[in-house]
Design a protein around this ligand. Structure first.
Ligand code: ZN
Ligand code: ZN
Length: 271
């Protein structure tokens, strides 16, 4: 595994001669060298950002919202994350305004995305009023279809009960889900639930994942979205999923796997 910096707009990088390599593409324009220990500044940078993912012939590339489209695409979706509605401290005193700006940028796309993915930390403290505000903001989107996975902030206090009631419809267990779209298989994982220093997928979700992908041909492009990075980037900081190796193992036979996460700004692709 190696880390590579992406080009303008966070495009996909390819590593020749090693098709098993897992390539991490950093969305360089969003990332700062100096990493905040709690990952919080990274989260806040997500608040107003969004990434447009476009697929052409099963191959995904990404660009930041607002960056020009550089190639023809079969379809596109937008990833938003870490809206942290309810937060009001110095790192971002106006998260609502910041998120509204992201909504406006999505609405301004020349072609609307097929759907939106929110990769968690919708709210800051999982309060009803925060979820209400997010709901209102999302209603302003032209594209009404949004899929969610929870971040650890959405599970505070009630262990995700409210999150599940409001944003977990159609998902399994504690918010995991999958769907197919134009030949691509999308898998949303909850790896924020059992945080004990590190995110964890857990046995129940792992068994579901195993059966979910069992029926798929190895040529099916896969997109996994989860709040916490699946790979052990900074395990000592809680930025990794404990049993991620097991999950990635289940995905090994597939030719194209892209893992999207929130929490920090990195994307992992196997090409
Ligand atoms: Zn966050
Ligand atoms: Zn988080």
């Amino acid at each position: 595994m190696r880390s590579v910096s992406s080009g303008e707009g966070g495009t996909q990088a390819a590593q020749k001669g090693n098709d098993k390599a897992i390539i991490m593409t950093e969305i360089k324009t969003l990332i700062e060298r100096d990493i905040d220990r709690r990952g919080f500044l990274k989260c806040m940078q997500w608040a107003g950002a969004g990434v447009v993912w476009s697929f052409a012939a099963g191959v995904p590339t990404s660009r930041l919202l607002g960056a020009p489209k550089t190639r023809a695409e079969d379809f596109a979706f937008v990833q938003i994350s870490d809206s942290h509605i309810g937060f009001d401290k110095a790192a971002n005193p106006d998260v609502t305004g910041t998120f509204q700006a992201a909504v406006d940028r999505i609405n301004a796309l020349e072609k609307q995305p097929d759907f939106i993915l929110h990769t968690g930390d919708l709210s800051h403290l999982a309060k009803a009023a925060e979820f209400d505000t997010l709901d209102q903001l999302l209603r302003g989107l032209h594209q009404k279809q949004t899929f969610f996975v929870p971040g650890e902030h959405d599970l505070l206090g009630d262990d995700g009960k409210q999150y599940m009631e409001r944003f977990g419809q159609g998902s399994n267990g504690r918010g995991w889900q999958s769907f197919d779209h134009k030949g691509v298989h999308f898998i949303g994982l909850n790896n924020a639930s059992q945080l004990e220093g590190m995110g964890s997928i857990g046995d129940q979700q792992m068994a579901w994942l195993k059966s979910d992908v069992a029926k798929l041909a190895a040529s099916t492009p896969i997109v996994v979205f989860a709040h916490i990075p699946l790979w052990a980037a900074y395990p000592e900081w809680g930025w990794a999923t404990k049993d991620s190796a097991q999950a990635l193992d289940l995905l090994k036979r597939f030719g194209s796997v892209t893992v999207l996460n929130g929490h920090i700004h990195q994307v992992m692709q196997k090409v």
